[in-house]
Design a protein around this ligand. Structure first.
Ligand code: ZN
Length: 414
């Protein structure tokens, strides 16, 4: 069997060699682009975002973060714009009508998931005194003002050379909560999108199709920044303006790819032990669970789509393309595909365009069961994470860069 395959392969190889002109490029452009992602640069971008504390929406530190992000994107050669909207009251998060989960293994989680196994505590910290660092308490002091006021998303666009009228959207949210630095949620996703904008906007990189890099505001209040984008721009898709100019302010959406919490996959919570090695009990005498301290060796990038969305079929296909890109180009961590995408900025898009999210864990089943103890907590700090954590985020960046470079037709022109 091996011999037959060997002969066949030789035959294919020589036919292929004859068909390729002598001048053809032999380097894989995707491998070259992915090779430009560096752990040090990814960490530096996350660190840059943490100078604005938890970046709570409606505050000066949130607006300062948007200015800083925009300045970086411009410096990469990626032309920026802003999308403005008014924000008043947070509507309900998530999407009503998504089937409730809950199977034989545990109670229902969000997005149609089942919460298997041991669970840790979850919640949002609203108590400044739980932040022991006085500098951060001061930095995060201003709270969102009451009433209606202006909010902004910031984005930049790389226009396609063959199909400027078609576009992939790559997103993450830059707002955060919890009185920390929102380093993981979602500095890790925001930095990923910024790094991809940097690499794909560099001189000598061309794509057939347009790519837009969007940093959303107001994710934490109910996906309001992304929802405003869909409301304002859904019906502008594919319209050339001015007519005959070859310019498309809103190219037709081909896919929406969101990045939200990219670094921490330490596994299922285990019993918390005291100094004597005895299980810690809560006020009700029940054992307390917490995730292990170290990134687990089996950590993976979780690619999710929503099986109850109108574009589920296309979204599943997109998710598997991402898994294939991870298989080929990621250097340390594999990817897994799930079908309960929920509670992130891809949700407002999912009935209009194939939409997926990339995360450190499944949002419903795992993050929802307390697999990340820093989620919305004062401990979501740059200093909390190890290089093994940052590396998971970098592997998600490799995955998206490789997948989008292929889908959008990236090539190197020098
Ligand atoms: Zn988030």
């Amino acid at each position: 069997m091996k011999k037959i395959l060997g002969i066949a392969a030789v035959g294919v190889a020589s036919t292929f060699a004859l068909a390729v002109p002598a001048t053809a490029q032999t380097t894989d452009p995707i491998a070259v682009l992915v090779g430009q992602l560096e752990l040090g640069k990814y960490k530096a971008t996350i660190k840059g975002l943490t100078q604005f504390g938890d970046r709570r929406q409606g505050t000066k530190r949130n607006r300062d973060a948007a200015d800083w992000i925009e300045a970086q994107l411009k410096s990469y050669g990626c032309p920026t714009e802003r999308l403005q909207y008014q924000f008043t009251q947070p509507p309900t998060r998530g999407k009503p009508g998504v089937a409730a989960g809950g199977g034989a293994g545990g109670p229902p989680g969000q997005g149609g998931s089942t919460l298997f196994g041991q669970r840790g505590p979850i919640g949002v910290n609203a108590d400044p005194m739980r932040q022991p660092d006085e500098r951060l308490r001061k930095l995060n002091e201003e709270q969102t003002p009451e009433g209606t006021s202006l909010r902004e998303n910031v984005y930049c666009t790389k226009v396609g050379t063959k199909h400027p009228e078609e576009m992939y959207i790559i997103g993450a949210h830059f707002d955060g909560i919890g009185w920390g630095e929102a380093a993981n949620d979602d500095g890790s996703g925001t930095a990923l999108v910024m790094e991809l904008a940097r690499i794909l906007s560099a001189p000598g990189v061309e794509t057939d199709r347009t790519i837009r890099f969007v940093l959303w505001n107001n994710e934490e209040t109910g996906l309001n920044g992304a929802a405003a984008y869909v409301a304002q721009r859904l019906n502008l898709q594919g319209i050339e303006s001015p007519k005959g100019s070859g310019k498309y302010p809103e190219p037709r959406w081909l896919g929406m790819i969101q990045h939200d919490m990219m670094m921490f996959d330490h596994g299922m919570p285990v019993p918390k032990l005291d100094a004597a090695g005895k299980p810690v009990l809560d006020a009700k005498g029940q054992p307390v669970f917490e995730p292990p301290k170290e990134q687990r060796a089996e950590a993976d990038v979780n690619i999710e789509y929503q099986s109850e969305s109108k574009q589920a079929e296309g979204a599943a296909k997109l998710a598997w393309a991402f898994r294939a890109a991870n298989d080929k180009y990621a250097t340390n961590y594999p990817a897994a595909v799930g079908f309960h995408m929920t509670n992130t900025d891809s949700t407002p898009f999912m009935d209009h365009v194939p939409s997926i999210s990339l995360r450190e864990n499944e949002r419903g089943q795992q993050i929802g069961a307390g697999w990340n103890p820093h989620w919305h907590q004062p401990t979501d700090l740059f200093s909390t994470y190890s290089d093994k954590d940052f590396l998971l985020g970098l592997n998600a960046a490799q995955t998206t860069l490789a997948a989008v470079a292929k889908l959008a037709g990236a090539k190197l022109t020098k």
